[in-house]
Ligand binder design. Structure first.
Ligand SMILES: *Cc1c(COP(=O)(O)O)cnc(C)c1O
Length: 380
């Protein structure tokens, strides 16, 4: 077996080349217009994303981490208030909690979907719990209906970390369907270049259906002011750049198609990697579509790193998302804010997970090569 073309974890260049003229023109238009800050491109993107998400308000901002921070600030939480967050996620989800002087209460995740569930969250709720941050990890929605019921019962806000799942849809038992990010009180997403909807730099957005929360979010993101030079609260400066907005305007109409290409690649992986002893393909939640920000396997028997080495020898990149539980990160370990010191599923996942190349440009030949090479490892 020889590798087809150089295989990439993410292929941003080919995707760009497919729409180069349009993107180049859009960027030039912003530069020539001089409307660099909150120009028409940003307004257009806001409207476009509102319609894509089927949500009343989108507040564009500088990145996904800011989106989460602004969301928590807009809820008016006080120091010491507890916010529940999974320990198996990207650091940003928990970092913003600690940064604001709130207490991150880390919880475990389901070993098959990698997401938090209502059953996992419930025992972590206390008198001081004010919010939950469900993370739709790797592109699949958490099971939000029971989480919503739980949050409503305890009068807790839901701030969805939708950085990895933009475009995924969740179906409620009454048959109604909503995009991830619109299933709680506030949704937060990121346009980091490798995300499913990636800019060519940083970008993020917050969304909500509540007029009141939207007004708070806008004010916090804009130095705490509604009227220029009159600052009601301490806020931040977080804006989506007009050049990035122009690029995102070109890409947003293709997002559903990009996600379908990821699903097609995942279906090939699923089929060709099924039934291997010691290897688990990612589980699907029936109520959610999966937009495969990552295609993440579990390797048992302590062989994950050996598989990664084997793939690397064959010219196949792979990544470990995430190698260290958040409660074990130096930033959180032993802090007063963090009362958790071990969660068995998170611990196990950090030792077992490996993510294969996943993007909108993977062809059948490349996928076959990756799957054959993976099979070969387990046969040997
Ligand atoms: C990417 C990501 C973020 C942060 O987004 P940035 O734009 O990089 O700040 C937050 N949460 C999750 C789960 C992410 O994957």
């Amino acid at each position: 077996m020889s590798a087809p073309a150089p295989i990439q974890m993410v292929d941003l260049k080919t995707q760009y080349e497919r729409m180069q003229e349009e993107v180049d023109q859009a960027v030039l238009d912003v530069i020539r217009s001089g409307a660099f800050i909150n120009g028409p491109a940003v307004k257009d993107f806001q409207a476009g994303l509102e319609s894509f998400l089927r949500c009343a308000h989108v507040i564009p901002c500088a990145n996904g981490t800011d989106a989460l921070q602004i969301a928590l600030m807009a809820l008016g939480l006080k120091p010491g208030d507890e916010v529940i967050v999974p320990a198996f996620t990207y650091v940003a989800s928990a970092e913003v909690i600690a940064l604001l002087g709130l207490s991150p209460v880390m919880v475990d995740v389901d070993p098959f979907t990698f997401n938090v569930t209502a059953e996992i969250i419930e025992p972590a709720i206390t008198e001081r719990t004010r919010a939950i941050i469900p993370v739709h990890l790797f592109g699949q929605s958490c099971d939000m209906e029971p989480i919503r019921q739980l949050a409503r019962r305890h009068d807790i806000y839901i701030v969805e970390d939708n950085a990895q799942a933009i475009g995924a849809e969740y179906t409620f038992t009454d048959g109604s369907v909503g995009r991830t990010g619109t299933l709680g009180d506030i949704g937060c997403t990121s346009f980091y270049p490798s995300k499913n909807l990636g800019a060519y730099g940083d970008g993020g957005a917050i969304n909500t259906d509540s007029d009141d929360l939207a007004a708070n979010l806008r004010r916090v993101a804009n130095h705490g002011q509604n009227r220029r030079y009159y600052h009601d609260v301490v806020g931040v400066n977080s804006r989506l750049d007009s050049v990035q907005a122009a690029i995102l305007n070109c890409k947003l109409p293709h997002l559903d198609a990009y996600n379908r290409r990821r699903q097609e690649a995942a279906a090939v992986y699923d089929e060709r990697l099924a039934g291997i002893d010691g290897l688990l393909t990612p589980a699907r939640l029936p109520a959610s579509t999966h937009v495969y920000h990552q295609y993440t396997l579990r390797v048992s028997g302590g062989r994950r790193d050996a598989l990664q080495e084997h793939l690397q020898q064959a010219g196949i990149p792979s990544m470990v998302y995430y190698p260290v539980p958040l409660y074990d990160q130096a930033a959180f370990r032993g802090t007063a804010a963090n009362k958790i010191d071990f969660l068995p599923v998170t611990d196990q996942l950090c030792k077992e997970v490996i993510s294969l190349p996943m993007h909108s440009e993977l062809d059948t030949e490349t996928l076959a090569y990756i799957c054959d090479s993976t099979r070969q490892f387990f046969a040997g």
